[in-house]
Design a protein around this ligand. Structure first.
Ligand code: DC
Length: 232
């Protein structure tokens, strides 16, 4: 027997959740879903449709237009992971800019947005065999996930990682602006009323401030393999 399990990876922004989740899904032959990309795609939609003006989100109009926002993932063979599409357009690059990062936490506080995205995320995981990362995966989306991980690292380390990523992509950003964004998002993500970022009681906490990528991956893989064995 080889029952597939559900793996939920939550944690603060820029803790490397998606890097480890992608790699884990590939190794296990599971589907990887980046739930943050979905909140980012809704944010991009709001920006493109002028629903964000002078830093204020027009919540009422966004909620009204929610049904017309279609988010899909399509696997890119060359990249080895699924890219996100907004109403049929590949927006994988556009959703990663600092501009989108600046508004995404606000968008993620809107309950109607969360309801719609959580429903879609639960559909993605209906047949198990999924690794999903985000903020509320172990607490709200898949409270019964067999394996829940919660990733943390200091804000400075996380900002440094995100800064290097953005510079590598050719974005001209300032480290202090990235740090401020990380801290602001931490605050909004942990204090919002609907589904705030918290660690599920049965999650395993991993502080990767001083862990190498491979070391972290091997540790997580071991946890997943042990859990899969237990469930079979
Ligand atoms: O993982 P990320 O940085 O791409 O996520 C972007 C934002 O989306 C983050 O600030 C919080 C929000 N988010 C959320 O509220 N719930 C999720 N499951 C995933 C992301």
């Amino acid at each position: 027997m080889n029952h597939k399990i559900t793996i939920a990876i939550d944690g603060f922004s820029s803790t490397g959740k998606s890097t480890v989740a992608k790699r884990l899904a590939k190794r296990l032959g599971y589907v990887y879903v980046d739930s943050g990309a979905m909140y980012r795609a809704v944010t991009l939609y709001a920006m493109q449709n002028e629903l964000i003006n002078s830093e204020l989100v027009n919540k009422a109009q966004l909620i009204e237009q929610l049904e017309g926002i279609e988010i899909d993932f399509k696997f890119n063979e060359d990249l080895g992971f699924a890219e996100v599409y907004l109403n049929g357009q590949n927006v994988e690059k556009q959703i990663r800019t600092l501009e989108v990062s600046q508004f995404v936490s606000q968008i993620a506080t809107i309950s109607e947005v969360r309801e719609q995205l959580v429903r879609q995320q639960q559909k993605f995981g209906k047949h198990k065999g999924v690794v999903m990362d985000g903020r509320d995966i172990g607490t709200v989306v898949f409270p019964k996930a067999e394996l829940k991980l919660f990733m943390t690292a200091s804000a400075e380390k996380r900002a440094h990682r995100r800064y290097l990523e953005l510079i590598e992509r050719g974005d001209n950003v300032d480290y202090n602006a990235v740090l401020k964004n990380v801290q602001t998002r931490d605050h909004i993500d942990t204090t919002r009323a609907d589904s705030p970022l918290t660690m599920a009681d049965d999650a395993i906490e991993i502080d990767n401030s001083d862990m190498g990528l491979d070391e972290q991956f091997e540790y997580v893989l071991q946890l997943a393999e042990d859990k899969i064995k237990q469930c079979n």
